[in-house]
Write a protein that binds this ligand. Structure first.
Ligand code: PMP
Ligand code: GLN
Length: 383
């Protein structure tokens, strides 16, 4: 048997969650909240079930949900996507990314990805028969390096995959950076695949730079997001894609034979709940509070903090710890931290194709305050 993905094994998220469970560690590894979504959203699911919304919805998604998504994007970013032709509900962002790539990228094409990057990107590109061209974000600051991106463009470049707010580094692109990307792509026909799953987790008064705010990018762009992050329901696996009609027509050709459609009751519940803007408008303050308390607690350890402008991830450097610990490769450090300190983390090396070690680890702060406090106590005691 010849594997389609010979280099792929079990994801680091699954591995670290299993190790955390085995050692009774506080799991700050895999990104998911340890608290539930809004009770009104849970009630809306029960209402949808009772109302008999239990058969196939339309292929592109429940119309009321597509309308709510379009209305939200228009209100926040000023671009009017047509819910009939330009919005599709997906089984989370992971399916949306794979489907977009299978629909729009041809065998032999190149797709630029910016490292460190989310682990599903390259396998999705490989399954399309294309090649991922890796361009590093600037070392230490993790900002887009436009000279390096420009140098990576070839006649085969079909798309660039961007992610802001950025997993794992928490970087948030600025308006000027989006404009620079638009200027760089203007003379080309390169598509933009924009992973915006952390769109509502942006701190210190910054504005999420959706491609929907930038017409030159939106016109060649596929906007991808996920309700799992925004509403604390990562297990629901419901997300969406917004794109101009011509791109969306191709997306839907693949989507209808990939999942055909996404579960009906959750879509009705999300449509009803989304009419209230407060839950997502309050999200930055909610997570910024957690970020600030977590960072203040980490300041009492030997870990050095990297900036966190967005997402629910805080990256740390362990270069300042005792020499025998600081010398560990990132995977070994995260295993040691899980086993010996009782706190699970994710090595940043897992987000690089060459697995490079920079003495960085990612900690997820989408946790109840008492969970974060328990983790901080352990970290302060040992580090
Ligand atoms: N992209 C990024 C950057 C993510 O962090 C995640 C979730 N870990 C996803 C995509 C996948 O989202 P979903 O769970 O909706 O498939
Ligand atoms: N996106 C989550 C993270 O970065 C993990 C999702 C998964 O387990 N695949 O932690």
């Amino acid at each position: 048997l010849t594997s389609r993905l010979p280099a792929v094994g079990t994801t680091i998220f699954t591995t670290m969650s299993a190790l955390a469970q085995q050692h009774g560690a506080v799991n700050l590894g895999q990104g998911f909240p340890d608290f539930d979504g809004d009770p009104r959203l849970m009630q809306a699911v029960k209402d949808a079930l009772d109302a008999g919304h239990n058969q196939y919805p339309p292929m592109a998604g429940v119309p009321a949900l597509r309308e709510a998504i379009a209305a939200k994007i228009a209100a926040l970013h000023g671009r009017a996507y047509d819910p009939g032709l330009e919005i599709t509900v997906t089984a989370g962002a992971t399916q949306a990314i794979l489907t977009a790539i299978l629909a729009l990228v041809h065998p032999g094409d190149e797709v630029i990805v910016l490292d460190p990057c989310y682990d599903s990107y390259e396998p999705s590109i490989l399954l399309a028969g294309a090649r991922a061209v890796h361009v590093a974000l600037t070392p230490g600051r993790f900002r887009p390096d436009f000279a390096a991106i420009a140098a990576a463009i070839t006649p085969r470049t079909r798309a660039i995959l961007i992610n802001t707010p950025h997993n794992p580094t928490g970087t948030v692109w600025t308006e000027a950076e989006m404009q620079q990307l638009a200027a760089l792509l203007a003379p080309t026909d390169i598509l933009v695949l924009a992973d915006e799953v952390y769109e509502h987790m942006v701190y210190d008064g910054a504005t999420h730079q959706s491609i929907a705010r930038h017409p030159a990018l939106a016109e060649r762009g596929v906007l991808i997001s996920s309700f799992g992050k925004t509403y604390h329901v990562t297990g629901w696996k419901v997300g969406f894609v917004a794109a101009p009609a011509a791109l969306m027509a191709e997306f839907r050709k693949v989507h209808q034979f990939n999942v055909f459609t996404v579960n009906t009751p959750m879509q009705h519940a999300l449509a009803a709940f989304m009419t209230d803007a407060a839950p997502y408008l309050e999200l930055p303050a909610f997570y910024q509070g957690k970020r600030d308390r977590f960072r203040a607690g980490l300041a009492g350890t030997g870990l050095a903090l990297l900036p966190c402008e967005g997402t629910y991830f805080q990256c740390v450097s362990y270069a300042g710890l005792a020499p025998e610990i600081a010398a560990l490769p990132e995977v070994a450090f995260c295993e040691w931290l899980t086993r010996e300190v009782g706190v699970a983390a994710i090595p940043l090396s897992a987000f690089y194709p060459d697995g490079r070690d920079q003495q960085f680890a990612r900690l997820c702060f989408a946790k109840r305050d008492e969970t974060l406090e328990r983790a901080l106590e352990r970290l302060r005691q040992h580090l």
